[in-house]
Design a protein around this ligand. Structure first.
Ligand SMILES: *Cc1c(COP(=O)(O)O)cnc(C)c1O
Length: 404
């Protein structure tokens, strides 16, 4: 590491809250699938900011939309209308088949907003007695970092010493429809779940799980809330991961790639009933639905569709998965994924995934470990076959070494 890189790391360590443990690379430029560090070294980005960069770094059309809008009007607050919100609503509703849209900023805010909305729906539409609403969630869930959300995490580190937490959540195993059936009561308003659990290590539920979940939710008048903040917007090779299951959620949460990495933009999408319960003054956000966010999101959605990124995610994801499966290495316990949401799980004896990610950095690949033994692989959806093949060569080199 050069002295300037060490300076950046030392200054961050001195002043910053230590709530992250980044790989030791300082990035200063990005374009498409590539990023460059302060020394001019180039890397293939295999994390895409946890899927916020599906459209690739600094997409020129999103950049142009952002610059144009930023020079015209950035923020009105929702005290006034702006000329970007209506077209954003129209375009995202048409694309996703949703009836109502609530714009927010971070993913966690979208989750919080959904929780508030389904509770209100429960009391005012379903007829749940006040204060009794229950929401069912899954083990190993990841829905963000706010107090409301970490309260129903099952990760000890996520929760420890942050309580007391809000009641009203029931936790069941992921991928187990029978457990959902058992957990539902008359007071259940929603089932909040990720189509594929990303932070848990790219955990794909058994086939038919979501068909069963959909049936149970419909039969019991429970809102199915799919957190597609990571799986949505092309990541799994479909616009929404629910399309793999042939189902439709009642409430869909989007964030991350909704801005192509330019700006925090999230949204709650729902049928008329759920978001229809919110009245003026009952929920809001100063920046939610601002014209800059809307202009950026409109461009981010447009390029995703127009430039065939969703189809490319399916094609290149299949190629990447096949290539990873073909690597013969004693370190590998499992390889899994859908579209370009991929993971290599290492045998516990192979050592920490972090060591492999650090070694990959030396080979020009940036990937991130999750849960000690899993390497998550999620490049921008604009990746080409040649770039996939190049990455596979490096993965093969690193995974056949021993870092235990
Ligand atoms: C990242 C993520 C969130 C939280 O989004 P933030 O923008 O970090 O608040 C919520 N749910 C899922 C599935 C995510 O991957």
């Amino acid at each position: 590491m050069s002295s300037s890189v060490i300076d950046f790391l030392a200054t961050e360590a001195r002043f910053g809250a230590r709530n992250y443990e980044p790989i030791g690379v300082v990035l200063s430029r990005g374009e498409g699938v590539w990023v460059w560090d302060t020394e001019g070294n180039r890397y293939l980005d295999c994390l895409s900011a946890y899927s916020a960069l599906n459209q690739g770094h600094c997409h020129p059309k999103i950049l142009a939309a952002m610059v144009e809008q930023a020079s015209r009007l950035t923020l009105t607050s929702r005290a006034f209308h702006n000329d970007q919100l209506a077209p954003f609503y129209e375009e995202i509703a048409a694309l996703t088949g949703s009836h109502k849209v609530l714009p927010m900023n971070s993913g966690a805010e979208a989750v919080e907003s959904a929780i508030k909305s389904v509770r209100k729906w429960g009391y005012e539409v379903k007829g749940v007695p006040d204060g009794q609403a229950e929401i069912i969630v899954c083990t190993n869930n990841f829905h963000g970092r706010t107090l409301g959300i970490v309260g129903f995490s099952t990760e000890p580190e996520t929760r420890a010493h942050f309580g007391p937490f809000a009641p009203g959540f029931k936790i069941i195993p992921f991928g187990d429809a029978a457990a959902l059936e058992e957990a539902i009561t008359q007071n259940t308003v929603a089932f909040l779940v990720e189509p594929i659990q990303g932070e848990a290590g790219v955990i794909i539920p058994p086939p038919g799980y979501f068909t069963g979940v959909r049936k149970l939710c419909t039969a019991n008048n429970v809102m199915l809330v799919l957190d597609e903040i990571q799986t949505g917007l092309g990541r799994t090779g479909k616009l929404l991961a629910e399309q793999h299951e042939g189902i439709e959620a009642d409430v869909t949460l989007l964030g991350k790639a909704l801005s192509g990495g330019f700006y925090p933009v999230s949204a709650v999408l729902s049928n008329n009933d759920v978001l229809g319960t919110l009245r003026p003054g009952q929920h809001g956000s100063t920046f939610g639905g601002n014209p800059l966010a809307c202009a950026v999101a409109r461009a981010a959605l447009r390029v995703l569709v127009e430039e065939g990124m969703i189809e490319n995610a399916a094609t290149q994801g299949a190629r990447f998965l096949e290539g990873l499966k073909a690597i013969r290495a004693n370190t590998i316990r499992d390889v899994r994924g859908r579209g370009l949401m991929l993971a290599v799980e290492l045998h516990p004896e192979a050592g920490r995934a972090r060591r492999y990610c650090e070694a990959l950095q030396g080979k020009g690949i940036l990937a991130k470990d999750t849960h000690e033994h899993t390497i998550r692989i999620a490049p921008p959806l604009v990746i080409t076959s040649a770039q996939v093949d190049g990455a596979l060569e490096q993965f093969a080199t690193i995974l056949t070494q021993d870092f235990s």
